[in-house]
Design a protein around this ligand. Structure first.
Ligand code: FAD
Length: 451
């Protein structure tokens, strides 16, 4: 059988918050773009029910806009989002209706002229004289050779970079993954009444920091909220052996849909989600934990008595695996100091939020000021023609604890797309692109690089 050969300027692998804006931005700059995705939908973790956290910084200033904001505006126009709301715990929350985001993502790619290839996964790559030349993808039994001038690895796990032999780091203990699910028929008012009468369910024993006003009144005031709490109850139930999860809080993300919430509460310890055996174990555990967790909520938490599971996500939510090393690497000390260097291509402001992969704890450090992510964190240091976007960029573990939130990944993605398109335009490597030109294009298109 002949292998089909395809040729593109920019090939983006992965269509999550890192990949989607990269493909759109590159196409809008005139590049011929292909985005490859293993699923039958695009959006990655952004369509799992998670809220977009920290479009705003701790002081309420907007730090991410550009393509990320364009998606929010389109969601608002369809009544599938309420915009950004300050949150005493997460800087800001922006809850969204994930299925509508899927539709908008397809539409926006179509309008920008991005070609999409679904149900395909790279199985091999060709690297010649340290330059990534093509990826071979398999889909429905057919193998395709896809040649590109620039490849953007937006798989979250850096799968393509790994296959190409790029340098990477991976912590010994990784943040634990979570299998997200959706609950229907929650009686919110009854739950808020319970919280009002039991405010101790909103305190975290100093283990999770949150500002004043993260209380029943805050949740009641708007559907645009994320609930993190019930620590006291969960700890008591764990003592009694009646709580199936290795964590200390219950988290739900409110949906714009009545009575519906997305639950972010399973936890799977000692999992390396870039290893298919661990991945399989976590997904198996996740399904089993979910039903037990819902039974526990129905039995012990007022408002949840009649709730039901309406969806279990197709993919495990993965917080941390490989970080691909770039010509620059951003480290925790720099973001704690709020450094915004000259070559900044995206701002981040979310707190350093590291869920322990070993036990039930979470490490948090609030960031008072936004920080800048340098262009070089998106460019592989040893494989030419390879860029990274989203969660797998060149940062240390502390930075990942912050830069992994979706608005930041989207801003990174937009920059990766612009950088890739400029490399194609001038027939140079991504490492040779003038990052001031990338910055100018980002700013001209409404992106924020300084508050
Ligand atoms: C449980 C959990 C809760 C979180 N909570 C929040 C939150 O509340 N708010 C927030 O802003 N952020 C949150 N995050 C962080 C955020 O969701 C991720 O860091 C972000 O989605 C990373 O974007 P990405 O594009 O790099 O990866 P992903 O969103 O994982 O997207 C990667 C895409 O690549 C595809 N892909 C992967 N491998 C391959 C392959 N080999 N071939 C083809 N396609 C491939 C995947 O199917 C997917 O579509 C959370 C993360 C997790 C796991």
């Amino acid at each position: 059988m002949d292998m089909m050969n395809l040729k593109y300027d920019v090939v983006v692998i992965g269509s999550g918050p890192g990949g989607l804006p990269a493909a759109i931005a590159a196409a809008r700059q005139g590049a011929k773009v292909l985005m490859i995705e293993r699923n039958s939908y695009i959006g990655g973790n952004a369509v799992s029910g998670l809220p977009m956290l920290a479009f705003l910084d701790k002081k309420g200033r907007q730090v991410t806009a550009g393509i990320a904001q364009e998606f929010i505006d389109k969601l608002i126009a369809r009544k599938a989002c309420f915009g950004h709301r300050l949150c005493p715990m997460h800087n800001s929350v922006t809850v969204i209706q994930p299925d509508i985001l899927k539709i908008i993502a397809f539409e926006t790619c179509k309008d920008a002229g991005v070609d999409i290839l679904l149900h395909c996964e790279p199985v091999r790559v060709d690297v010649e004289n340290r330059r990534l030349k093509r990826v071979f993808v398999l889909g429905k039994g057919d193998l395709f050779a896809i040649e590109g001038k620039v490849f953007v690895d937006a798989t979250g796990d850096g799968d393509v970079a790994y296959m190409a032999g790029a340098a990477y780091e991976k912590g010994e203990v990784l943040q634990p993954p979570t299998l997200m699910f959706t609950l229907g028929n929650l009686n919110h008012e009854k739950f808020f009444d319970y919280l009002e009468k039991n405010p101790d369910q909103l305190t975290y024993g100093g283990r999770i920091e949150c500002g004043e006003g993260y209380d029943a009144a805050y949740f009641r005031a708007s559907k645009n909220h994320v609930f993190v709490g019930l620590r006291k109850l969960i700890m008591e139930l764990r003592e009694k052996g009646e709580c199936p999860i290795d964590r200390d809080t219950f988290i739900y993300i409110n949906s714009p849909n009545e009575g519906q919430v997305y639950v972010n509460s399973t936890r799977h310890l000692n999992v390396d989600a870039s290893n298919v055996f661990d991945l399989t174990r976590a997904v198996t555990e996740g399904h089993i934990q979910i039903e037990k967790l819902v039974d526990m909520m129905r039995k012990y938490v007022p408002g949840f008595e009649n709730c039901y599971i309406s969806n279990i996500n197709t993919n495990l939510g993965v917080r941390e695996t490989r970080r691909i090393m770039g010509i620059k690497k951003l480290t925790g000390d720099r973001i704690i100091n709020g450094e915004v260097p000259e070559d900044t291509i995206a701002l981040g402001s979310y707190k350093i939020d590291i869920h322990s992969g070993r036990d039930d704890s979470t490490i948090l450090q609030i960031l008072e000021e936004p920080y800048g992510i340098p262009y070089g964190c998106l460019v592989s240091k040893d494989i030419d023609g390879l860029m990274m976007s989203g969660r797998c960029i060149s940062v240390d573990v502390e930075v990942l604890g912050s830069s992994r939130v979706m608005p930041t990944c989207m801003a990174i993605g937009e920059a990766a797309g612009v950088g890739a398109a400029l490399a194609v335009k001038y027939n140079i490597l991504p490492s040779e692109v003038n990052c001031q030109e990338v910055r100018k294009i980002i700013k001209d298109n409404g992106g924020i690089l300084k508050v």
